[in-house]
Write a protein that binds this ligand. Structure first.
Ligand code: NAD
Length: 506
């Protein structure tokens, strides 16, 4: 991978580079940065320090109108939508390399916006986003139509065409990567895009759109409108000239997307929403230490702000006490709060103070519901200056407690003991969510039976959070109806057209 070679190696180096950064918080419309029509802005806060460090354009329906008009004009002009597949592949491949070459910029923008550890960005989010654009670039000339078997007086072929303008509305937990998962298949299929990043993490979106033009993408094909969900987001989702909304975020807002579609133009809507992922640990698993490490990483990585965070740890009763003891030791060894710009930091801050108090409230709820607090439960000592929360573990949790039913979206895990595999599956499925699950066992029969019976879009066996771009990513039930990554995702950004030719005589 050709990532930029000169990444800083210590906190000082990252601070120096951050001091030179000029974050661009305006919209990106028709190939250029632009302020809001009414000039309104809001402040971008670094949640690890509570300091405002950038000014962001506060988009309204007027700005959305401009961006959609630009996207639609570009689409109709065909400079991208009708570009020869090979040419589009070249531009998107070049674009992927440009993102890689700007690893340090993307790392800084997302770290300052979200408080996540810089190493997460350089080792995971940026490389994964680059791979995402490479993957979808490669799919472009693999999209095929069909010729069907018809009566001899007809010739019938089916074209797969892009939809038009795709609105991408994304959350703050992986700003660059979530945008990449939405934008890459939309662009690869030939659509124009208007991206609305989360108001908490606006900055990497502008650089993404700018680099697309630098890579040779025609102006107007990739636009960004900044702003709040209830303003810019709603205007985009209600827009009559938007053909599809590709949404990642909460269940509550995902449902609204469907309502907006019904209230406007019946646009297509795909949703990737929350989760309450069960990790099922059977007593016969091969190696408890390995499973414990995966469980710890599965809930504390990215401060637990992960849609598939393994927040429900279903442990067979015989190993439950041992599991809890080892989990506590490994969590303390692997996750220590620190400055997000320190490459050694493993636990950054949560996204903002609101999320911090929401997570702390859930910890109080857990205590009041009678769960046993085994680890954490508060803000870490010495970290009053940001939105930090300690890695927290509850044992003795029942699946009807709120901490087992609701998505906390923070570093809080709940251990639920069970006796039989059937009971484990029943608990796993007793949830409105169905994004992911994992099963730890040596018994292949148990593993496959559970994988079949679990209601989730992604099931891991003897691992957690493994995957690549071929893996369909999306949920069952209220975890959503779309599939990110994977070939299916590019097809979901196309529509079929039937062309029926009547064959006359001579
Ligand atoms: P959110 O639903 O509050 O916001 C998501 C996006 O929607 C933001 O850009 C926001 O501005 C916008 N929005 C909010 N209200 C809107 C409205 N009324 N109209 C239009 N747009 C609106 O979610 P969040 O708090 O930013 O992100 C966390 C959620 O995202 C969690 O539930 C998490 O599980 C989910 N998530 C899911 C996946 C997945 O792949 N399934 C991945 C990452 C995050």
């Amino acid at each position: 991978m050709s990532l930029s070679p000169d990444l800083p190696v210590d906190t000082e180096g990252w601070r120096e580079r951050a001091a030179r950064l000029c974050p661009e918080g305006r919209h990106f419309i028709d190939g250029d940065f632009a302020a809001s029509a009414d000039g309104a802005t809001f402040e971008d806060i670094n949640p690890a320090t509570d300091e405002a460090f950038a000014t962001i354009a506060r988009g309204t329906a007027t700005d959305v109108d401009r961006a959609v008009a630009s996207a639609r004009a570009a689409f109709r002009a065909g400079h991208w939508s009708r570009m020869a597949p090979r040419e589009r592949m070249d531009i998107l491949s070049r674009y992927a390399e440009l993102i890689a070459a700007h690893t340090d910029d993307f790392a800084l923008l997302d770290v300052l916006d979200t408080g996540k550890p810089v190493r997460n960005m350089t080792d995971e989010d940026v490389p994964a986003s680059v791979t995402c654009f490479r993957y979808f670039a490669e799919t472009i000339d693999k999209i095929e139509g069909a010729v069907t078997n018809t009566a001899s007086d007809a010739f019938h072929y089916i074209l797969r065409e892009p939809l038009g303008v795709v609105g991408c509305i994304v959350p703050w937990n992986y700003p660059l990567m979530m945008a990449a998962w939405k934008v890459a298949p939309a662009l690869a299929a030939g659509n124009s895009v208007v991206l609305k990043p989360a108001e908490q993490s606006p900055l990497s979106a502008g650089l993404m759109a700018q680099l697309f033009v630098e890579a040779g993408g025609p102006p107007g094909v990739f636009n960004v409108v900044q702003g709040y969900g209830a303003e810019a987001g709603e205007a985009l989702a209600l827009h009559p000239d938007v053909a599809k909304i590709a949404f990642t975020g909460s269940v509550e807002v995902g449902k609204r997307m469907m309502i907006y579609a019904g209230q406007s133009n019946m646009k297509r809507v795909t949703t990737e929403c929350g989760g309450k992922t069960p990790q099922i640990l059977m007593a016969d698993l091969d190696d408890l230490d390995t499973a414990v490490d995966y469980a710890v990483n599965g809930i504390f990585a990215n401060q637990g702000q992960v849609c598939n965070a393994g927040s429900r740890l279903l442990v067979q009763r015989g190993i439950a006490d041992d599991f809890v003891a080892r989990f506590g030791q490994r969590a303390a060894a692997l996750y220590a709060p620190g400055d997000p710009l320190d490459p050694a930091t493993t636990l950054g801050s949560l996204i903002d103070r609101r999320q911090q108090s929401r997570v702390l409230d859930y910890i109080d709820i857990g205590r009041r519901e009678g769960a046993q607090l085994m680890l954490g439960g508060s803000t870490p000592e010495g970290f009053d200056h940001g939105a930090y929360v300690e890695p927290t573990l509850f044992a003795g949790v029942a699946n009807d407690m709120r901490i087992a039913r609701e998505e906390i979206f923070g570093p809080v895990a709940a251990v639920i003991a069970f006796d039989t595999p059937e009971e484990a599956v029943a608990i796993a499925n007793d949830s409105i969510y169905g994004l992911a699950a994992s099963i730890w066992t040596k018994n292949v029969n148990t593993a496959h039976r559970m994988a079949r019976d679990i209601e989730a879009g992604v099931v891991w066996i003897n691992c957690f959070d493994h995957g690549d771009m071929t893996q369909p990513w999306g949920g069952y039930k209220q975890s959503g109806n779309g599939r990110d990554k994977c070939f299916e995702s590019i097809l979901a950004h196309t529509q079929t057209k039937s062309v029926w030719l009547h064959l006359g005589q001579g």
